[in-house]
Design a protein around this ligand. Structure first.
Ligand code: NOJ
Length: 657
């Protein structure tokens, strides 16, 4: 082990850490006992000199009088194979430097700063070893800055709000940010680079939000606990990675996978994890046909569950979500969550009967736990609740935390605080033990821990389609790929084809609902509408939902602009077929897609696109479905109507010699 004591320190130094391809440079400097870093891409300064350090409760800030004890360098080259997701192979190539610092007087406290510089980003974290004087600390504040050019533009959602991450994205100048904002925070610099500031491997610490500090520099504002500290930790402790993703274009940013590269590989066997497409006893509640609570219109009855299982079989969909099956939904469920029971079904629902029926038909049941944020109530039943599902052969579980705050240890805490983060982690680990895959709603944001815990198949963490009916505009889904989705997959609940329902009117065209299955990745993907809509009203459009896979081998963003439009191609992991999806905002647009990313040979294209007179408000159902043979030499000319989009399946045809 490296020994720090009594080593000579350097008081001034500057070190460049260069990316493997030589284009990105992170410069760390120590001057007058203070540390700062900056980041360049080629000759462009992307992050100006930015200070580092933190405050420990009851102590002086740990950001001054510092001396460098030693530097350790290392290069790493690796290709990660992901068990499921958007890309099977992810490069993990970086140059690393670890800098060991000590205070030169007083306490002589010590810590390490570890930097990794990749071809598409820079990451660093603080590592605090046990100190001569103490073995546990309470952190008061982290003093990390990201000093971005004042002229840069950012796309943000506000932090510390009752609806957690569920807000519409706003475009603002970085220096007009008035409150703390969530990450990923995507930024366009005046020298035309695209950055996204985020974090990776968030464990046992408050989630990072960003705000302008007193110097008007963007800096960390770690989500506090109710005692106004940010974390109580035992030493040694490592903060999450602070990550700056870097790209030359907005579309290139959308496939930055550094959050996974910065997480550890799994520690046990997860070969049992399988991505899933599912329908649900769900949207019928949103449109008022059924209720979560027991009563005449109760959705989750044994009878309805069996009918939906039969429908899933006919539709070729492998799973069924059942919400409202347990006791606790009576009255105003958003206020009564402290009474929810996770092992007691309502009188009209029999879990063993439903699960054995599902097993006989080869359908996976997706269980449901709505906690409304009452973590104390949930944790008191956690083991029994997971055992109950596991004993009944349930391998998938959707959880929810719909309250505006969590209740933990009898106090109100933010979902994104250290205690919230630790609760979510407890569920992921318990689920892994029971071989259960998770879809977490009202979650902690994604920081790539799916690499270590592949049973965390998806999460919500942004406005999804349940906000349709007034609170979603067509631009929303054109922001997501460049913002929220940089944090990993999302359960957006695509595939609502009953567009003009009086209760929930969609601000999309029909073809666009199909596009979502490609533009928004989710390891558990819901075909969210009711079966009769798929079977009776829109069987032709439904064919795409039936065909599209939930696991891809590679993803190629083809074109787009933040908040305007996005077009992406993904290759199925189990075949040589490709799928393309595109969405546009309120503006219609005609695009030409080159198919030159295909392999040689012929493909059968099924094209689902907006008709020329389609419009998300006036004519949403107007769809044009066509079939033709194409090859990599072809270009497709596609019209996306206002609020519209398109979906294409490209089936690889057998080679004829
Ligand atoms: C909010 C979730 O996002 C939604 O999917 C769920 O149906 C409700 N909470 C009830 O749990």
């Amino acid at each position: 082990m490296f020994k720090w004591a009594n080593l000579l320190t350097r008081d001034e130094f500057e070190r460049d850490i260069i990316s493997p391809d030589g284009h990105i440079k992170c410069q760390l400097s120590l001057k007058n006992g203070r540390i700062s870093y900056c980041v360049y891409k080629d000759d462009h300064l992307l992050v100006r000199p930015s200070k580092l350090g933190f405050k420990i409760c009851g102590e002086k800030p740990l950001n001054q009088n510092l001396g460098l004890v030693r530097e350790q360098r290392r290069n790493h080259t690796e290709t990660i194979e992901m068990p499921w997701g958007e890309d099977r192979y992810i490069p993990n190539n970086y140059h690393e430097s670890a800098f060991y610092f000590t205070e030169k007087k007083d306490e002589k406290r010590i810590f390490t700063l570890r930097f990794r510089v990749f071809d598409n980003g820079v990451a660093f974290r603080y590592e605090i070893p046990p100190q001569p004087k103490f073995s546990q600390i309470t952190l008061k504040q982290e003093l990390t800055e990201f000093n971005i050019d004042p002229g840069a533009t950012a796309w943000q959602i506000p932090a510390y709000q009752p609806d957690r991450y569920e807000y519409n994205y706003q475009r603002t100048n970085v220096y007009a940010l008035e409150h703390s904002v969530h990450t990923p925070l995507t930024i366009h610099t005046p020298n035309d680079h695209f950055l996204s500031i985020h974090e990776a491997a968030l464990y046992n610490y408050g989630s990072m939000t960003l705000k302008l500090n007193q110097r008007q520099v963007l800096s960390t504002d770690i989500t506090p606990l109710s005692d106004r500290t940010i974390a109580h930790v035992l030493l040694p402790f490592r903060t999450p990675w602070r990550l700056i993703m870097i790209a030359d274009s907005a579309t290139e940013l959308t496939t930055n996978r550094l959050i996974y590269a910065l997480n550890d590989p799994p520690k046990s066997d997860f070969s049992w994890v399988k991505p899933l497409k599912f329908i649900g006893i769900w949207w019928a509640m949103y449109v008022g046909e059924w209720t979560w609570a027991p009563g005449e219109r109760h959705g989750a009855t044994t009878k309805h569950a069996k009918e939906y299982i039969d429908a899933a079989v006919r539709l070729g969909i492998s799973g069924l979500l059942i919400e409202g099956w347990n006791e606790g939904w009576e009255g105003n469920w958003l206020e009564n969550g402290m009474h929810n029971q996770f092992t007691t079904a309502t009188d009209d629902f029999d879990l063993p009967i439903v699960t054995s029926y599902a097993q006989s038909k080869n359908i996976e049941i997706v269980g449901h736990h709505e906690t409304v944020g009452y973590v104390d109530n949930y944790e008191s039943q956690l083991k029994a609740a997971y055992n109950y599902y596991a004993a009944n052969g349930v391998h998938y579980l959707k959880t929810g935390y719909a309250g505006s705050m969590m209740q933990i240890n009898g106090r109100k805490e933010y979902h994104h605080s250290q205690l919230g983060v630790n609760h979510y982690q407890k569920t992921v680990e318990l689920a892994a033990k029971k071989h259960i895959c998770l879809d977490i709603h009202e979650p902690i944001k994604g920081t790539g821990i799916e690499r270590t815990w592949p049973n965390l198949l998806t999460r919500e963490g942004a406005r999804g389609q349940e906000y349709e009916g007034g609170a979603l505009s067509p631009s929303h889904a054109c922001y997501l790929p460049y913002t929220r989705l940089l944090a990993g997959g999302m359960d957006y609940t695509p595939g609502i084809l009953d567009l003009t329902n009086n209760v929930k009117r969609m601000a999309t065209t029909l073809a666009r609902q199909l596009a979502y299955f490609v533009t928004i990745y989710s390891g558990m993907t819901m075909a969210a509408d009711r079966p009769f809509v798929y079977e009776e009203a829109q069987p032709k459009a439904f064919q795409f939902i039936r065909d599209v896979p939930v696991n891809f081998s590679q993803t190629k963003p083809l074109m787009g602009e933040i908040g305007e439009y996005y077009v992406v191609a993904r290759q199925d992991r189990d075949s040589k077929d490709w799928y393309i999806g595109g969405v546009t905002n309120e503006s219609g647009r005609r695009i030409r897609i080159s198919l030159d990313f295909l392999a040689d040979g012929a493909y059968a294209a099924d094209i689902y696109r907006d008709a020329n007179d389609a419009h998300y408000r006036e004519n949403p159902f107007a769809i044009n479905i066509s079939h033709k043979k194409v090859s990599r030499d072809d270009e497709l000319n596609i019209y996306m109507a206002p609020g519209g989009g398109f979906a294409i399946k490209l089936k690889r045809l057998p080679h004829r010699s």
